[in-house]
Design a binder for this molecule. Sequence first.
Ligand code: NAD
Length: 245
Amino acid sequence: MRLAGKTILVTAAGQGIGRASAIALATEGARVIATDRDAGLLRGLEGMETAALDVTDAGAIAATAGRVGRLDGLFNCAGMVAQGSLLDLTDEDWDRSVALNVTAMMRLTRAVLPGMLDRAAETGTASILNMASMASSVKGFVNRTAYGATKAAVIGLTKAIAADFVGRGIRCNALCPGTVDTPSLRGRIAAAADPAQAERDFIARQPMGRLATVGDITPMVVYLLSDESRFVSGQAMLVDGGVTI
Ligand code: NAD
């Protein structure tokens, strides 16, 4: 059991990468606190503590941080895609993207960090994993202005946290997946003018010739939240099917 004895909180654990990660972390022996804005989606997560948490709600973050106490791990997975180039971008989409993809991550991490520092003082280590994307400072993609900008901010936030707390046992890394087959990706495909072409386009951007499954991503999540990655901090880890070769 690679995560025995660790308590790890996961946001957006209701579906997609967050849900698969919560299951993978629990399978490796972690005590997982699985949270999502939509508590109904957390049904069926066996052997975990589940709780509703809208990470854009500052009051809910404070309450959750008070309740969970000292964490060994935090996976900030919640995020959203606003489609469009700069010419299509509304202030509302920009503000929603910043609020969910960046501000919420900063607030939740800030709220649980004192407890993680206490825990790291005891055990020597605690790990924060922030969900970024290959669409960020790593690479530009069409129609991803707000998404790319906010996921780039995630990488900057990650590096800043890593730099400030590296001497106190805290590691902080970002995860940069390629295109992953999840409910929200299926929604973006279905909403396209030509869904079959949209799916072909999403597949074509991976040189490996397919979409990632959530199971392609979870091994990196487990690694970065386990002590196996004890000498790794401040990194943006790509799992992208060769996009950035
Ligand atoms: P998804 O988009 O299918 O599901 C998102 C989950 O987040 C849902 O369960 C939803 O209820 C929850 N959620 C939405 N708003 C929330 C909020 N305010 N507070 C708490 N929970 C909230 O999942 P996904 O596609 O696996 O995406 C998860 C993360 O991975 C996102 O940050 C996304 O940007 C990132 N990502 C996804 C892909 C991909 O191709 N799917 C690629 C790179 C990065």
